[in-house]
Design a protein around this ligand. Structure first.
Ligand code: PLP
Length: 270
């Protein structure tokens, strides 16, 4: 809806090179030109974004942390980005994984950009709240933008079952804090475990790790196929994201994580 509202054909949208796939899809649907800003070691670069700004730039999209890289801009870098962008460019900060973040140098978009006219924050019930199939999320932005979004919002929007479930899920604080703890413990455990096989990954952040196989004796594709035969599917990043020799691993339940550890031990024992 933000793309529909802000973009005409030939307007430009800046996306970091490896950002979440949906932004380029929604921008292209309305005919906008997608301009990619290079990343450094799979991390968003503020200066590379600034280099790509033109007089046609209307929106900069950013997932923080980003899927699938798991990297993030710290609070200083994110506020610096806003300061260096022209005032009439909308900065969209997708806080999809904010609740998982335990990193001290991190602040969510919502924490950093209260009452800003030119920042829009996206939040979702698909991640920590576990309601992905219900298709419910929310946004925070200026009254002017919200009013305009309400004009273009179709009357048949978020369904009532999803709204009720979302409200109930907000009350379940124990589930949230348990999930955050669980995720941090297992992400750290899996990251350390995989380093035994020379599979490196990003610093623990959201509920997934981007695994790098460049120093490992197996290629990412081969590990992917071997795991698949054992009923475990990781996310390949080669086609959509054009990230070679890496895989995204989502942190699962205790049983799923243990199954993954056992399967990996068996694969490397051979
Ligand atoms: C960064 C990011 N934003 C948004 C989403 C999707 O959120 P929703 O299910 O609310 O559309 C995802 C999920 O894959 C994501 O990784």
């Amino acid at each position: 809806m933000l793309c529909q509202l802000f973009l005409k054909p030939k307007d430009e949208v800046i996306l970091p090179q490896f950002s979440f796939l949906m932004y380029r899809i929604y921008a292209k649907i309305v005919g906008a030109k997608v301009v990619f800003a290079k990343e450094k070691n799979f991390k968003v670069s503020v200066s590379e974004i600034i280099k790509k700004v033109s007089n046609k730039t209307k929106i900069v999209f950013l997932a923080n942390p980003n899927n699938p890289t798991g990297t993030y801009l710290n609070s200083f870098e994110l506020t610096d980005l806003r300061k260096r962008l022209r005032k009439n460019i909308l900065l969209v900060v997708d806080d999809a994984y904010a609740e998982y973040m335990q990193n001290r140098d991190y602040k969510s978009g919502l924490d950093l950009f209260k009452n800003k006219q030119n920042v829009f924050i996206l939040r979702t019930f698909s991640k920590i709240y576990g309601l992905s199939s219900l298709r419910i999320g929310w946004g925070y932005g200026s009254k002017k933008i919200i009013d305009a979004l309400n004009v273009i919002k179709p009357p048949f929007n978020v369904n009532e079952v999803a709204q009720k479930a979302a409200i109930e899920s907000l009350k379940d604080k124990k589930f949230i804090s348990r999930s955050v703890k669980h995720n941090h413990i297992y992400a750290t455990k899996l990251k350390n475990f995989l380093s035994n096989y020379d599979i490196s990954s990003n610093k623990v952040s959201a509920n997934f790790l981007l695994l790098n196989f460049n120093k490992c004796k197996l290629r990412a594709n081969s590990f992917y196929e071997k795991l698949k035969k054992k009923g475990i599917i990781l996310r390949s990043t080669e086609e959509g994201y054009k990230i070679k020799n890496m895989l995204r691993l989502t942190i699962g339940s205790k049983e799923e994580n243990m199954k993954f550890i056992k399967a990996t031990q068996n694969i490397f024992r051979k």
